[in-house]
Ligand binder design. Sequence first.
Ligand code: NDP
Ligand code: 8X3
Length: 251
Amino acid sequence: MTDTILITGATSGFGKASAELFARNGWRLILTGRRKDRLQEMRAQLGEKNVHVAVCDVRDRQQAEDMVAGIPEGFRDIGILLNNAGLALGLGPAHEADLDEWETMVDTNIKGLLYMTRLILPGMVAGKRGHVINIGSIAASWPYPGGNAYGATKAFVQQFSRNLRADLRGTGIRVTNIEPGLAESEFSVVRFGGDTAKAAKVYEGTQPLTPVDIAEIVYWTANRPAHVNINCVEVMPVCQSWDNLAVSRKL
Ligand code: NDP
Ligand code: 8X3
């Protein structure tokens, strides 16, 4: 099956790898993100005929509305919305966290995902077909020190995905939440404010998931028979697993 997929955060990591995989398989692409130069490069690389690009900061509701209104004829019948744009900022304890960073994560990971979903769903419901694929995280279910607001935004994504399924029963629309663990992309560089050495340390001595690993899961999920809904996929690299519950001996 080929169709049209709209990818938020297509300029890097999971979004970019997904764009490349779907393009190779003949899909039409709507690629969005904030970095215009990267979007233009991707359009040139993946084929101008089947790729529409649009700069969009998902935190900005008006920009999201304008981006969707500006989708050209031939791309408007969207089969998949890949809500991928997102980020973590910081890894410090909650009592030292920067409130602006918490707000940015809420605005991007929660509000941006809500804006996009609300804008695209009516067309899917009217057409009686479509698939919303959200990129959550293992951080939604498994707390870790410093995960605080980031993990909580992904817990929102997890529950919103389930609630969407409840609302969309009987419409034929599918909803999937993909929850990756340790994966190497620009994620840690962003998390540590551009500190590439600190970001590299996160993956040192490990074999993390790659953006291609996640793109392949997105593609597999999207290409199940129409009656099959993959509710969620939790995926970690083999080198990652849970640790014991922690106990402080001081207090
Ligand atoms: P990257 O940093 O490589 O990619 C993030 C993408 O999100 C970029 O394309 C970026 O584009 C886009 N983005 C960020 N903020 C905005 C915004 N305000 N508006 C529009 N686009 C935005 O990271 P990943 O590919 O790893 O992350 C993709 C998703 O996967 C995120 O939701 C992340 O939370 C999640 N995730 C990542 C894991 C990991 O370990 N890497 C594990 C689990 C989940 P631009 O800067 O051009 O706007
Ligand atoms: C990204 C994975 O473990 O850094 O969502 O939170 S983790």
